[in-house]
Design a protein around this ligand. Structure first.
Ligand code: MN3
Length: 233
């Protein structure tokens, strides 16, 4: 009887705690991405920038508890109906959570899967052309924002960019789709090391892409769950 009560009580608490998000811990140490991204940048970026968005999103959930019942993806999909603070904080939380996972220490990120490579050749011609298109999107994003590799509604790969903390899941952006790779091109992401040389950061960043995670996201986006997963993941 006591046990049952405990289960009931803990279930109640579990569902009421839905109304908050937490800052995810990084899957590597702050200095693990050096020299491409320095430890100080990673720490400030994670704790202060992403941390502030987590706090900000939780504050919005408190103001409007019905928002917390939606998945983050569903929330982003109806962002046009929501206040700007939700757009910035929910976008920032989603974007940074993705960003940390699509990076890995140099030499540990593996390679693109066969099916991802095939899609890259089909939609861009080659990996080189994809990287050129991605660099152009990242370099020409004026001010702050993100560059993305997405799977669009037709299952095609596409390179896009968004301003501020917007992302391709939002119903306010031109090119919508499921992000499989994202690069933060806000100055806070690279300025300590690269200053104004954003394009050097963009080129160096490919060395720390975590293809294990990109492969997983791609397979999930095109509905091949479990079929073409990188064995190492
Ligand atoms: Mn950032």
């Amino acid at each position: 009887m006591t046990k049952l009560l405990l289960i009931v009580v803990s279930t109640l608490f579990a569902s009421s705690s839905l109304a908050s998000v937490e800052l995810p811990s990084l899957p590597y140490a702050y200095d693990a991405l050096e020299p491409v991204i320095d430890a100080k940048t990673m720490e400030l970026h994670h704790v202060r920038h992403h941390g502030a968005q987590v706090t900000g999103l939780n504050a919005e959930y408190e103001k409007n508890p019905s928002l917390a019942k939606l998945s983050l993806e569903a929330l982003l999909g109806s962002i046009s109906t929501l206040p700007p603070a939700v757009r910035n904080n929910a976008g920032g939380h989603y974007n940074h959570s993705l960003f940390w996972t699509v990076m890995a220490p140099e030499g540990e990120g593996g390679e693109p899967s066969e099916s991802l490579l095939a899609a890259i050749r089909r939609d861009f011609g080659s990996m080189n052309s994809l990287q050129t298109a991605f660099a152009a999107a990242a370099a020409t994003r004026f001010g702050s924002g993100w560059a993305w590799l997405i799977v669009d509604e037709d299952g095609k790969l596409k390179v896009t960019s968004t301003a501020n903390q917007d992302n391709p899941l939002m119903d306010v952006v031109e090119d919508r789709g499921t992000p499989v790779l994202g690069l933060d091109v806000w100055e806070h992401a690279y300025y300590l090391n690269y200053q104004n040389r954003r394009s050097d950061y963009i080129v160096a960043w490919w060395k720390i892409v975590n293809w294990h995670e990109v492969n997983r996201r791609f397979a999930s986006a095109v509905g091949q769950k479990g079929q073409d997963h990188d064995a190492a993941h």
